[in-house]
Design a protein around this ligand. Structure first.
Ligand SMILES: *[C@@H]1O[C@H](CO)[C@@H](O)[C@H](O)[C@H]1NC(C)=O
Length: 432
């Protein structure tokens, strides 16, 4: 009797604790979970025309996808609390080939957005801030009207590069919209009346498309600038900027060369600062000469560049990239003055410095070997035993299988005791 009472009491005492824990867990987990829906192919039929979806495609075996889960939930709850109309989901792309195919998903995780029957793919950083910003940008209006001088100034402070359509409706505005529809994955597009532009902005005629950047502005000229799309791709970066991997990747579309100071992690050291400010000063002093052909900037850390040149740069370094062919030019020695840089640029443009790298067949093979080497080498130092077993185990099985085969064959043929080298046998028969 006493015993049952005791154990009951214990049970009573013990119950509430896990119970509360479960309740608490549910209270916290449920609302977060609820913002991310698990999607499948049926979305293709059930989606309403004005639904906007932000979808993460993943594969069950993709570790990066799992690691992104927390970020994804955070982004979803941030969108929710900002009152965004965007629905957030995730989809196993292996089990739901239909949906994944509709978005042309090739690699994981893929972050996509679906709005008005247009599908967008996010190719920026995978932080929750960047994802939320992407969702806000794509879900909002394609072209954002700046209706007052104050709004215009506010936007100008927030965007280093700002495209603005100025004027009434026109065929040019139609073209501008279609460019915005494609490029909104990377940047905002605005429109404004003539009266809200900063004082002193003089436009040749209206309508016009103008880009405000580098403390000035540039207007699109249909006859000399080619298509609006190509012009936007060329002009969507600042003349000089800090460049990261994503930006460099996108600069590949711009058809411009990139003059880059590559700094090491101690990027405040005098030597680093010298290279950086040399490129910066050069970009300003020779803006009129080169800005149509060249982007300028600096990058901290050489991982990406080392991958591109398949070697190891000694830092700080200055080099010129031709991203449309993955090729690069190195100055004969580290430039110290603007004169050196000027000579270097001239030599590249007149063809007297040869490009290295490129995207030819041999280059691609070299890249494959390089990538394998880079992937394996940290493993070799961190987990040599694992590598040994990974490589050694199949090898051992192969050797054992060969041995057994030979042994069986020899048993069948009832051969005499010749040396076991098949090479020797062949050679022997040949010489007969
Ligand atoms: C960069 O590559 C493009 C595409 O092959 C080529 O047309 C251009 O001449 C190259 N630029 C330089 C400076 O080599």
């Amino acid at each position: 009797m006493v015993q049952t009472f005791l154990s009951l009491n214990l049970l009573n005492m013990a119950l509430p604790l896990p119970f509360t824990a479960v309740l608490l867990l549910c209270a916290f987990a449920a609302p977060i979970r609820a913002y991310v829906e698990e999607l499948d192919d049926s979305l293709l039929e059930t989606r309403q025309p004005d639904d906007i979806w932000l979808i993460k495609f993943y594969a069950p075996w993709c570790r990066l996808c799992m690691e992104m889960d927390a970020t994804w939930h955070l982004a979803a709850s941030e969108l929710k609390s900002a009152g965004s109309p965007v629905n957030v989901g995730k989809c196993d792309a292996v089990a739901n080939k239909g949906l994944a195919k509709a978005f042309k998903v090739h690699s994981y995780p893929a972050i996509c957005m679906w709005k008005n029957d247009v599908k967008y793919i996010h190719s920026g950083p995978r932080t929750s801030d960047a994802i939320v910003e992407f969702a806000h940008r794509v879900s909002g209006p394609l072209i954002r009207p700046l209706t007052s001088a104050q709004l215009f100034q506010h936007a100008l402070q927030r965007h280093d590069v700002m495209f603005v359509y100025v004027g009434a409706s026109s065929p040019l505005k139609g073209v501008y919209s279609s460019v915005a529809e494609k490029m909104i994955v990377s940047m905002y597009f605005f429109s404004a009346g003539r009266d809200v532009l900063p004082e002193g902005t003089s436009l040749p005629a209206l309508p016009a498309v103008v880009v405000f950047k580098d403390g000035g502005y540039l207007s699109y000229n249909e006859t000399s600038d080619g298509s609006l799309m190509a012009w936007v791709k060329r002009e969507r970066f600042q003349n000089y900027a800090r460049i990261d991997n994503y930006m460099l990747y996108h600069m590949g579309d711009s058809e411009k060369l990139v003059l880059l100071a590559v700094l090491d992690d101690a990027h405040k050291s005098p030597q680093n600062l010298r290279s950086k400010s040399l490129v910066q000063k050069f970009s300003q002093d020779y803006k009129d000469v080169y800005s149509r052909k060249v982007h300028f900037g600096f990058m901290v850390g050489a991982d990406y560049i080392n991958g591109l040149i398949m070697g190891e740069l000694s830092l700080p370094a200055v080099l010129l990239l031709n991203l449309s062919t993955d090729s690069y030019f190195l100055p004969p020695e580290r430039p110290e003055t603007e004169r050196h840089l000027l000579d270097f640029m001239e030599q590249v443009l007149n063809g007297s410095i040869q490009a290295s790298g490129g995207s030819g067949v041999t280059q691609r093979l070299r890249r494959l070997v390089y990538d394998i080497k880079v992937t394996l080498s940290p493993l070799l130092t961190e987990a040599p035993v694992l590598i040994f077993f990974l490589m050694g185990f199949p090898l051992a099985i192969l050797i054992a299988a060969c041995y057994l085969c030979r042994k069986n064959r020899r048993g069948d043929e009832d051969e005499d005791q010749r040396p076991v080298s098949s090479w020797g046998q062949n050679a022997h028969q040949k010489s007969d």
